[in-house]
Design a binder for this molecule. Structure first.
Ligand SMILES: [Zn+2]
Length: 135
């Protein structure tokens, strides 16, 4: 579990609770699925000036896990429950790995283009002519 989540779990999971293990989570752990958007775990200050979060030193609210993504052109942020965070964390990790791989592929493609040599594309296999149709 990434360090940024351990604090969230330490505060949010009731004593004795079992971490969520579902078939969906198991599927996600295999690395063949990915979620769009970003996962952020953060604490924040609210709008009440008299709240503890504005004291000195401030005691912020949270931390909360928030999932931010674009839906129909609008940025939407949804707070995740600890169970959802446990289930979705591998999906965000997979998405991050894919973004890294895509960036590497794009860098490599740029290097190939800038070197002036087109990338080697394996062409389609030449069709094997049926000897009966020849002649
Ligand atoms: Zn507050």
């Amino acid at each position: 579990m990434p360090a940024d989540c351990s604090r969230f779990f330490a505060r949010s999971r009731p004593a004795g609770a079992v971490p969520a293990t579902t078939s969906r989570a198991n599927t996600a752990a295999r690395g063949d699925t990915a979620l769009p958007g970003t996962l952020t775990v953060r604490a924040y200050a609210c709008g009440k000036p008299s709240c503890r979060c504005h004291a000195d030193p401030p005691r912020l609210h949270g931390p909360y896990a928030e999932w931010t993504r674009k839906i129909g052109g609008k940025t939407v942020t949804r707070r995740l429950t600890p169970r959802e965070l446990a289930e979705y964390q591998p999906l965000f990790d997979n998405a991050r790995k894919l973004r890294v791989l895509l960036a590497e592929l794009q860098d490599l493609t740029l290097q190939i283009i800038e070197a002036g040599s087109p990338p080697q594309q394996p062409g389609p296999e030449p069709e094997n002519r049926n000897p009966e149709n020849v002649g």
